[in-house]
Design a protein around this ligand. Structure first.
Ligand SMILES: C[S@@+](CC[C@H](N)C(=O)[O-])C[C@H]1O[C@@H](n2cnc3c(N)ncnc32)[C@H](O)[C@@H]1O
Length: 422
C-alpha cells in the first residue's frame, strides 16, 4: 500500500538504529542493544541516539548537513497540502521542516555549526514522525485517508525526513558513503573511448530544482549504462546518430545523458507551443553539465542547442511539432527513449511501442537500436517484448511515480523482422 510501506520500512531502519547503544557498541566493538524494559522508552532511546550523534558532530559539522541535502528539493513547504484538518501537528511539522531546510542550505554553503536550535528542530520533527508511525500501527488512520493525494504526499515527506535522519546516523558513525550514495548516487557516465562524464550530487540537485531531472534519474542513468555495458564502448558515436524521444515536453536531460555514448544528435518532440518556449531553462540545464554550450538557434518549429561533450560537438533539437513528423526526417536512429506518455490528458495516445514501432525501425541505419521505454501508451509489440527486459528503478525517493522501464538492444537481425510488419 504505497506510500505507507516505504515509510514503515524507513522507520524500521531508524528503529533498529536507535535500539542500539552506540557509545557502548563502538567502545566494545560489538553491537550492544539497550535493554527492553518499562524504564527504557523508545523516546529515551531516540534521545540517546541524538546525544551520541551530538558528540560526533561537535567535532565537525561537515558531515552533518549533507545528510539533509535532499530537503533542498522540497518545494511549497507551507502550501495548502501541508495542513491536515484532523491534526494540527502536521502544520507545525512542516513549519519546522522548512526551518531545517533553511538551516541545511546555510550549512551546505558555509561552515555552519550544528547548534542546540538545530537539534531541537530535529527532535521535534522526528517526534512527530514517530507519532505518525504510531497512528499507522495502531490503526487510527483508515485506508481512505491514505488515498488522499495530499496525505500521500505528506507521508512521502515523512519518509524522506527519516531517510535523511538515518543518513545522519551513518555519517555520525563514520559510514558516509553507505547512505548518501543511496539517496543520490554520484554517477560516472561512460562516453565511449574511455571518456566519462561525472554527474555530481550538486548537479543533480540543480537540475531537479530546474525541473529538468527527476530524483530517481541518477539510478536510471546508472542502471541503463550497466545494462548496455557502456563502459566497454570503444568507439565514439557516429556523426549524425540520434536519439528520439516523442512527447518529451521539457524532460530532456536524463534521456540526453543516457544517449551521450551513442548519439551526436538528440530529437525531442513537443506539440504544444505553449510548453515550447523556455529556451533559457534548457540552456541553463545544459550549462550545468557541459562547458561549451552555444547560443540556441531559435526557429518557430525547432530550437537547436549545441554543446560539446567528450570532445565531440552535439546538437539538441527541440522540435515543436507532432511526434509523427520524426518519421519523415532523414536521421540515423540509435536510441529510442520514451516515458511519461499516456492516452489520457496531455498524453499523445500514439502507440510508439507497438503499432508505430516497425516504422521507427526504418530510421535505424547502423544496425543497432537501443530502447528504453515504459510501454505506454498502447503496450509493447510482441516482437519487441521478446527483446526487452524490465528495469525497476528503486522508489528510493517519494516523488518517483512509476519506476518501471523496458530496456534492450535490437540488432540488425531483430530489426529486419519488423520490416515484415510494415
Ligand atoms: C504527459 S506529458 C509527458 C511529458 C514527458 N514525457 C514527461 O514524462 O515529463 C505528454 C506531452 O506530450 C505532448 N504531446 C501530446 N501529443 C503529442 C504529439 N502528438 N506530438 C508531440 N507532442 C505531443 C503534450 O503536449 C505533453 O507535453
Amino acid at each position: 500500500m504505497m506510500p505507507v510501506t516505504p515509510f514503515i520500512f524507513e522507520f524500521f531502519i531508524y528503529n533498529s538504529l536507535y535500539s542500539v547503544d552506540w557509545a557502548s557498541s563502538v567502545s566494545k566493538e560489538l553491537v550492544v542493544h539497550f535493554p527492553e524494559n518499562e524504564d527504557r522508552s523508545e523516546a529515551k532511546n531516540q534521545a540517546a541516539l541524538e546525544a551520541y550523534m551530538k558528540t560526533k558532530f561537535r567535532e565537525s559539522s561537515l558531515n552533518f548537513w549533507p545528510a539533509f541535502r535532499p530537503l533542498l528539493l522540497l518545494k511549497d513547504l507551507n502550501g495548502e497540502w501541508t495542513i491536515a484538518d484532523d491534526n494540527p501537528g502536521v502544520k507545525r511539522f512542516f513549519k519546522k521542516l522548512l526551518e531545517l531546510q533553511g538551516a541545511t542550505e546555510q550549512g551546505l554553503n558555509s561552515v555552519h555549526p550544528v547548534t542546540k536550535k538545530h537539534w531541537e528542530l530535529l527532535k521535534e520533527c522526528r517526534f512527530f514522525v514517530y507519532q505518525i508511525r504510531n497512528n499507522i500501527f495502531h490503526g487510527s488512520k483508515r485506508l481512505g485517508d491514505v488515498l488522499d493525494e495530499n496525505h500521500k504526499k505528506r507521508i512521502g515527506i515523512y519518509q524522506l525526513f527519516l531517510a535523511c535522519l538515518v543518513n545522519a546516523v551513518f555519517r555520525a558513525l563514520g559510514r558516509i558513503e553507505s547512505t548518501s550514495a543511496y539517496i543520490f548516487p554520484e554517477v560516472d557516465i561512460p562516453m565511449g573511448n574511455g571518456h566519462k562524464l561525472h554527474l555530481s550530487r550538486d548537479q543533480q540537485i540543480k537540475l531537479q530544482k530546474q525541473d529538468l531531472m527527476r530524483p530517481a534519474d541518477a539510478w536510471l542513468i546508472r542502471l541503463v549504462a550497466n545494462h548496455f555495458d557502456s563502459d566497454s564502448l570503444m568507439d565514439p558515436p557516429l556523426a549524425g546518430s540520434c536519439l528520439f524521444y516523442p512527447a518529451a515536453c521539457t524532460d530532456m536531460i536524463t534521456a540526453l545523458l543516457i544517449g551521450l555514448p551513442y548519439c551526436t544528435d538528440f530529437y525531442f518532440y513537443e506539440r504544444e507551443s505553449f510548453r515550447f518556449e523556455n529556451t533559457r531553462k534548457i540552456k541553463r540545464g545544459l550549462c550545468t553539465l557541459f562547458e561549451q554550450v552555444g547560443e540556441p538557434v531559435v526557429r518557430t518549429s525547432c530550437h537547436v542547442y549545441t554543446f560539446t561533450a567528450a570532445g565531440i560537438e552535439r546538437s539538441l533539437h527541440w522540435v515543436n511539432g507532432d511526434n509523427l513528423d520524426f518519421l519523415n526526417t532523414k536521421t540515423n536512429l540509435a536510441v529510442y527513449f520514451h516515458r511519461g506518455d499516456s492516452c489520457e490528458g496531455p498524453g499523445s495516445s500514439q502507440n510508439w511501442d507497438s503499432s508505430l514501432f516497425p516504422a521507427l525501425t526504418e530510421k535505424v541505419h547502423s544496425g543497432t537500436l537501443r530502447v528504453i521505454t515504459q510501454g505506454m501508451p498502447g503496450g509493447i509489440h510482441p516482437l519487441l517484448g521478446r527483446q526487452l527486459e524490465t528495469l525497476q528503478i528503486n522508489s528510493d525517493c517519494p516523488f518517483s511515480h512509476d519506476g518501471k522501464y523496458f530496456i534492450g538492444t535490437l540488432t540488425a537481425f531483430d530489426l529486419k523482422q519488423f520490416q515484415d510488419h510494415l
